[in-house]
Design a protein around this ligand. Structure first.
Ligand SMILES: [Zn+2]
Length: 159
């Protein structure tokens, strides 16, 4: 397969910043019981207009639904599924960077956060196998904590 010939529409449309929106919506629903666009904006430290553009994309992708008339946001089943995969990828990558590349936890988790949504399932499985085959590293499994959306979205990260 020539990857350069992949049509753009065949590529999954999740970007780094959109993952943070999903995290934020999920987190607000868990903590407050609801999530409105203004809550998402203040949690991520971004403007209302940026949030509404991103929400438009996430709704079009059927990852988020907006309930009317309250204008509250919820993840769809598909949205939750994506977020679950992303959480797993985040943990796998952070552990890999920390243990195999000897990066400190901050850099390891930051790098994992930037690319977790791009990891192919086959690759994630392979990395997991390598980690599991290394007993001393397997023990460190529990030491990576999820970043969650409360970490403000950095301005200079690529979308
Ligand atoms: Zn991130």
């Amino acid at each position: 397969m020539d990857i350069h010939r992949l049509k753009y529409k065949d590529i999954k449309y999740l970007t780094h910043s959109r993952v943070h929106y999903l995290w934020a919506i999920n987190e607000l629903n868990e903590k407050k019981g609801y999530a409105r666009a203004t809550d998402v904006a203040s949690l991520l430290g971004i403007s209302r207009s940026a949030v509404s553009i991103a929400l438009g994309h996430l709704k079009a992708l059927k990852l988020v639904i907006e309930k009317l008339p309250e204008h509250t946001l919820k993840l769809t089943i598909l949205g939750k599924k994506h977020l679950n995969n992303i959480d797993n990828n985040f943990i796998i990558l952070s552990r890999f960077f920390k243990s195999f590349l000897n990066l400190d936890e901050e850099i390891a988790t930051k790098q994992a956060c930037l690319i977790e949504h791009l990891l192919l399932e086959e690759v994630a499985k392979k990395i997991n196998q390598i980690i599991d085959a290394s007993p001393s590293i397997s023990l460190e499994k529990a030491t990576i904590s999820m970043p969650k959306s409360t970490k403000k979205l950095e301005e200079n990260t690529y979308d």
